[in-house]
Design a binder for this molecule. Structure first.
Ligand SMILES: *Cc1c(COP(=O)(O)O)cnc(C)c1O
Length: 424
């Protein structure tokens, strides 16, 4: 029954499934510890011979319900919630690549991810090549080496707002025998389900639209269960793991090998699981995901139209505008273009800062994707730590103002921007 439900029903009903007499609403299982009837039960858990909770560093019933909900929405075989989106990206890659390995990522992605890939993973001996997404499939193939283990992109790039060409990158990953990892943070499973378009692994910063209220930092990794880890490139999946008495992940867990390995190796050892309290908050937020996303899309479209017509605005970037370079990709893969747009003020950075300072309803925040409208200047905020070249690759120009359009009344949002733009 659940598989046939519409996504609006799944956001509300999937995950927590109370049995007779149990709480209707997902409880916060604020317990580090679980109780067993005998020693053998625990031994079975430690040997991965039985499934169940052992310790809340590795799994927890509240987190498990959230994982089940997100896996159902994305159409995956399983999910793992993490302490942040950054941690989800880290584990998504580290679960595949070891020291000496290489992977490929589209250059125009979230600044924090670029920094993680080019600095911190590099220290662990993992090399990344950042590529221009507009290259042809044949040109992109030249970046692949024998030790290339993954391909990474974002559905809607933050903050450049390029829309991912799933067909091209999905085919590239398939032909090169590597998993295609997609950060679906800006789209959410309501607007796009990457696993239906060739992705193998989906990640999210749950801090953004899944929570949607700016109250909880979290991340999630979803396993599509649709990648063949036994193609010869991934010995960690097909050779015995000595930290579990020599189990072989592909043999023991089949199409759930990736997500189980991520939990029982990485989360066990690194200890970056989501807390039950934050899982509860994210779950409450997600119950209105579909309603919020419709309004975010509608408001962002209307604000984009208004800004496009304003005499003090130099340019507007929003994929649902028919003039956007990725408009056709947006129509092909997305139900809506989400709630983030960017624009430049005539006169450049200095005039843009004046507009930001004159806004009253729209607050200056280092965040996107919550119910309140907010603005940000990436060059001096989120992308500050990147070099000029990396900023350029990420699509961050000095005059770019990013707006996260909230779900207030559109007339009030437009009035705020109108007043601020007219004040310069
Ligand atoms: C915010 C963000 C992240 C990082 O997530 P955190 O929860 O802040 O760690 C990763 N990817 C994208 C697209 C983001 O917007």
């Amino acid at each position: 029954m659940q598989n046939s439900w519409e996504i609006e029903t799944k956001t509300i009903q999937c995950g927590w499934e109370p049995k007779n007499g149990e709480p209707r609403v997902l409880p916060i299982y604020q317990s580090t510890t679980y109780k067993y009837d005998n020693v053998n039960e625990v031994a079975m858990l430690f040997d991965l011979e039985a499934s169940g909770h052992m310790y809340s560093r590795i799994s927890n019933p509240t987190c498990e319900a959230l994982e089940a909900k997100i896996a159902a929405l994305e159409g995956g075989v399983g999910a793992l919630v993490t302490s942040s989106g950054q941690n989800a990206s880290t584990i998504a890659i580290a679960n595949i690549c070891s020291s000496g390995d290489h992977f490929i990522a589209i250059g125009a992605i979230y600044g924090g991810t670029v920094s993680l890939f080019t600095n911190t993973l590099k220290k662990m001996g993992i090399e990344v090549s950042l590529v221009d997404a507009s290259l042809s499939k044949e040109e992109l193939k030249r970046y692949f080496k024998p030790n290339t283990k993954a391909l990474f992109g974002e559905t809607i790039a933050n903050p450049k707002l390029d829309v991912l060409d799933f067909e091209k990158f999905g085919a590239l990953a398939r032909e090169m025998g590597v998993p295609f990892i997609v950060d679906n943070t800006f789209a959410t499973p309501y607007l796009c389900r990457p696993l239906e378009h060739g992705a193998n692994i989906v990640i999210h910063s749950a801090t953004k639209y899944l929570d949607g209220h700016a109250i909880s930092v979290g991340g999630v990794i979803v396993d599509g269960g649709n990648f063949d880890w036994s193609n010869g490139k991934f010995p960690e999946f097909t050779e015995p793991d000595k930290s579990y008495h020599g189990i072989v992940y592909t043999e023991k867990f089949g199409n759930m090998a990736y997500i189980i390995k991520a939990r029982v190796q990485w989360i066990r050892d690194i200890g970056s699981y989501l807390t039950p309290m934050n899982a509860f908050l994210t779950n409450v937020g997600m119950e209105t995901l579909h309603v919020r996303m419709d309004r975010h899309c509608e408001n962002a479209y209307n604000l984009a139209q208004f800004l496009s017509a304003h005499p003090n605005v130099a340019w507007v970037n929003y994929p649902a505008l028919s003039t956007h370079k990725d408009y056709n990709l947006m129509l092909k893969y997305l139900k809506g273009a989400s709630g983030v747009l960017s624009f430049g003020v005539k006169g450049g950075r200095a005039e843009g800062e004046k507009v930001m300072n004159a806004l009253k309803l729209a607050a200056i925040v280092v965040h996107v994707a919550d119910v309140r409208t907010g603005v940000l200047h990436p060059a001096s905020m989120t992308h500050r730590q990147l070099s000029e070249e990396e900023q350029r690759q990420a699509g961050v120009t000095p005059d770019l103002i990013r707006v996260s359009v909230g779900i207030e009344h559109i007339d009030d949002i437009i009035a705020d921007f109108n007043h601020a733009l007219n004040s310069i």
